[in-house]
Design a protein around this ligand. Structure first.
Ligand code: ADP
Length: 459
């Protein structure tokens, strides 16, 4: 079975969030199960030179996009036995940003076309193209338009919030597909604009999203981002598969938490104190992540006698807020504004609790990574957070974290306070840490579920 996995990013080449982790670890897990899987992503200028210089140029040609003949080169890199293809075009991918450029519509239309029009260069014609998120959502359409009837498509939604909305004029200007065929409610049309993501949902053979709960939630107006009706209609080809965590990237050291915590406190300029509960968040600073709950509750949270560390970047308003709090609570708060993989691992290792009060969360990897390191998650019960964190029950002793439902600062504070109370009782806390660490977050089962879907669409 030959599978081509198409995504907008893949660690360690380029990563902005969970999609990057998945585009590295899922193909690796599928490969280990005997699937001939290869990955294809854009060749961004931000990919570290050590990879860019070591890529092998397989060939190039011109493809028609947005009314002109565009250069497309294909480069190859073998990463731990998995072949990665990079779609090269400096004009589109040598930019200051990965996503969020003014011509994103054209950039990812180009990417999608390049994926289906370069099998002659790679020599790899897949049986299945596994497309991810809005960046790759047009692929099922171009597979149809090119009459590639032997190729099936599976589409995975990592985050429904980012659908790839563009003016409908782009149908002629950029996508160059028949309007009467695609500009419909059960096509790309979303009110007066087009949604790339609808292309993935409507025209692929199977749709998955990254947790069972999120697969249910997106069928409701509350979480459906305006296309919940579509998910109800296509329910028969929709399923949820929770992500795994790669245990070679996120590998626990043998050091004790006590030592790692002291080292972290020292490094971050926090008062070195083994007894104070150290609460961490590592996140994109985006409304989705429930940051408003944290800002609203911040001083009251600090009054509970905790230390707080943030690693994140995003919305400048939030960045400024956390910088301000660091200056206000010297020695108790550290705000590292930026993206730093190595530091993230030190924080996962050294913190006691990991706070993640997301308003919605398709899967969420951070809480799973935290659990791997014995850092107890405190989450809002939604999407993948609900599917991976079992709230502690002091009567039965079960549970691997803490959770709450109502998205209010007061309810969140109450549960943090409760977690701190339990933290003071070493026996109970150690039990929760043990459960968190024992949770099976390997790719073994999810990878098998993807294979079952591949088999289903091929038959
Ligand atoms: P999302 O994909 O919505 O951003 P996930 O929880 O699924 O959220 O995945 C986030 C991933 O990005 C995790 O691997 C997390 O450790 C990482 N991450 C988020 N922010 C940062 C940051 N500022 N520095 C380093 N890693 C980060």
């Amino acid at each position: 079975m030959k599978v081509l996995f198409a995504a907008g990013e893949a660690w360690p080449f380029i990563k902005t969030g969970g999609l990057g982790d998945v585009a590295y670890s899922l193909p690796k897990a599928l490969k280990e199960k005997g699937i001939d899987i290869r990955v294809i992503i854009p060749k961004y200028i931000q990919i570290p030179e050590k990879y860019r210089l070591a890529m092998k140029h397989l060939g190039h040609k011109k493809i028609w996009v947005s009314h002109y003949d565009a250069y497309v080169g294909i480069e190859e890199y073998d990463l731990e036995g998995v072949i990665y293809y990079f779609v090269d075009n400096m004009q589109y991918f040598s930019r200051s940003k990965i996503y969020g450029e003014i011509d994103d519509c054209e950039r990812y239309t180009f990417f999608s076309k390049a994926v289906v029009e370069t099998f002659d260069i790679t020599g790899f014609t897949p049986d299945i193209i596994h497309c991810n998120d809005w960046h790759a959502a047009l692929i099922p359409i171009y597979v149809r338009e090119r009459g590639l009837h032997n190729i099936k498509t599976v589409y995975t939604i990592h985050n429904l919030r980012y659908q790839g909305f563009f003016p409908n004029i782009e149908i002629e200007e950029t996508l160059e597909i028949p309007r009467e065929k695609y500009y419909r409610e059960d096509g790309l049309k979303f009110y007066d604009v087009i949604s790339f993501m609808k292309g993935g949902v409507v025209y692929s053979d199977y749709v998955t999203t990254v947790s069972k709960s999120y697969a249910d939630e997106i069928k409701t107006p509350e979480y459906g981002e305006g296309i919940d009706g579509l998910f109800r209609k296509f329910d028969y080809k929709l399923t949820g598969i929770v992500n795994g965590v790669d245990n070679t990237v996120y590998k626990c050291s043998n050091e004790s938490k006590k030592l790692l915590k002291a080292e972290l406190q020292k490094k971050l300029g926090l008062n070195v104190d083994p007894n104070v509960p150290l609460v961490a968040i590592i996140t994109r600073l985006d409304r989705q992540k429930g940051i408003d709950l944290i800002t609203a509750a911040f001083d009251r949270m600090m009054d509970l006698g905790i230390q707080f560390v943030l690693l994140g970047s995003g919305d400048p308003y939030y960045e400024e807020f956390f910088r301000w709090k660091e200056s206000q609570y010297r020695g108790r708060v550290c705000s590292y504004i930026g993206f730093n993989q190595a530091l993230s691992i030190e924080i996962y290792s050294g913190a006691d609790m990991f706070l993640m009060p997301s308003l919605f969360e398709p899967c969420g990897l951070s809480q799973m990574i935290a659990m791997e390191y014995g850092t107890v998650p405190i989450v809002r019960e939604t999407g993948g957070l609900k599917d991976t964190v079992t709230p502690y029950n002091e009567y039965t002793g079960q549970g691997n974290g803490f959770s709450f439902i109502d998205a209010t600062p007061e309810v969140m504070l109450k549960i943090i306070n409760y977690a701190i109370t339990i933290y003071r009782d070493k026996k109970q806390w150690d039990l929760i840490v043990k459960h968190a660490k024992e949770r099976d977050s390997s790719w073994n089962r999810p990878a098998q579920e993807y294979i079952d879907i591949y088999k289903k669409v091929l038959n």
